[in-house]
Design a binder for this molecule. Structure first.
Ligand code: PLP
Length: 356
């Protein structure tokens, strides 16, 4: 039996979207391939509210995260971490020999604009990375307030991890002044894993020109230059299967209407938070609670793995807590094409299993 996924990636994929993955292959050096990749970029710009160029990568989002910090740090990177994914961005910098410092918030707490101000005012950094939506803690950082601070430092390249939020909540890339905004297909975009996408500003491209060793596969400047020269074709063979499905799914997303889509996510988040408060407790403060997934404190000390086993028998799957938060929290994702009725059925099933 298929288990309906309420885990924060990979998400359930609509049958019609899955079918698009089975589109017969085309040559990756054909006009059709150019048109497909250009079409995705145009639609993606709408979803990201940006006029910047879009890069597609046949890798999961981590590849572009590594590429961003390596390609565009000239002096030193300041990595702000609110959990597992921020920590990993720091490890990516260090393992690529990119000078970097990490600034961690306590688990369940956000990155604050004050922290960013204090760090950038030292003048030591020319690139920062911020996790928009931390999938381990269910924190959505106050990116508007952070962006206001970053704007005061025009030499700083602003990299934003929106892997688990793009497509589920509004991220106005140009208004925020985000230079590199990164997402993967297997979360709020509602596709299988294997492709990722980022926007890249002229400022980030200019910064990359000053970095001598940018690697190769994830050299963002080289990717950019290649698609300009070759009409949106990429240096190596891309996953065309994902591209067929993504192009189609972006039509679905734009047809739903971005505001409707974001409101659907917000409404599902509200229901999940109320349910969490009623039966358990929230890890995040209301102000910073994510719209795309909810991390719930396991105040009843239930066995999360037993719960998931019982849910599995009824065709559902949720997530245990991540890393240190395993068993003391559990997570319910409400993203991509999940609908309110699906979510309500899941919550009722959990109540039934636990006798709540
Ligand atoms: C899933 C996730 C990642 C990692 O993305 P992959 O596509 O698995 O490489 C990074 N950051 C956040 C916030 C995530 O949720």
């Amino acid at each position: 039996m298929h288990k309906r996924l309420f885990i924060p990636g990979p998400v359930d994929v609509r049958e019609d979207v899955l079918q698009k993955m089975a589109t017969p292959q085309i040559g990756h050096r054909t006009k059709d391939a150019s048109a497909l990749q250009r079409s995705i970029s145009d639609k993606m710009r709408k979803l990201m509210y940006t006029e910047n160029e879009i890069l597609l990568s046949t890798s999961s989002g981590s590849g572009l995260m590594e590429g961003a910090v390596r390609s565009c740090t000239r002096k030193r990177a300041a990595v702000f971490s609110v959990g597992a994914f921020g920590d990993r961005w720091y490890e990516m910098a260090v393992s690529n020999n990119v000078p970097a410092d990490i600034f961690k918030s306590e688990l369940g707490q956000p990155t604050t604009p004050e922290m960013v101000e204090e760090v950038l005012s030292t003048g030591k950094y020319d690139l920062i990375t911020v996790t928009h939506n931390e999938t381990s803690t269910g924190i959505m950082n106050p990116v508007d307030e952070i962006a206001e601070v970053v704007k005061k430092y025009p030499e700083v390249i602003f990299c934003l991890d929106t892997v688990s939020s793009l497509g589920g909540t509004k991220i106005p890339v140009d208004d925020l002044g985000v230079d590199i905004c990164i997402a993967s297909t297997q979360k709020c975009l509602g596709l299988p894993a294997g492709l990722s996408v980022c926007s890249i500003s002229q400022k980030a491209l200019d910064a990359a020109k000053e970095v001598p060793h940018r690697g190769m596969y994830f050299d963002l400047l080289a990717l950019y230059q290649y698609i300009q020269k070759k009409d949106y074709q990429y240096p190596s063979t891309p996953s065309l299967a994902h591209m067929f499905a993504l192009d189609y799914q972006l039509d679905n997303i734009l047809e739903e209407g971005l505001d409707n889509r974001f409101k659907r996510h917000q409404d599902m988040a509200k229901v999940t938070r109320e349910w969490a408060e009623k039966h358990f407790a929230m890890l995040a403060d209301e102000k910073y609670a994510s719209n795309t997934l909810t991390t719930i404190k396991n105040t009843k000390e239930i066995s999360v793995s037993d719960l998931n086993k019982a849910l599995g028998e009824r065709g559902y799957m949720i997530s245990n807590g991540y890393g240190k938060l395993k068993d003391v929290t559990f997570r319910i994702a409400h993203m991509a094409d999940t609908q309110m009725e699906d979510l309500k059925k899941l919550l009722a099933t959990i109540e039934d299993i636990l006798g709540l």
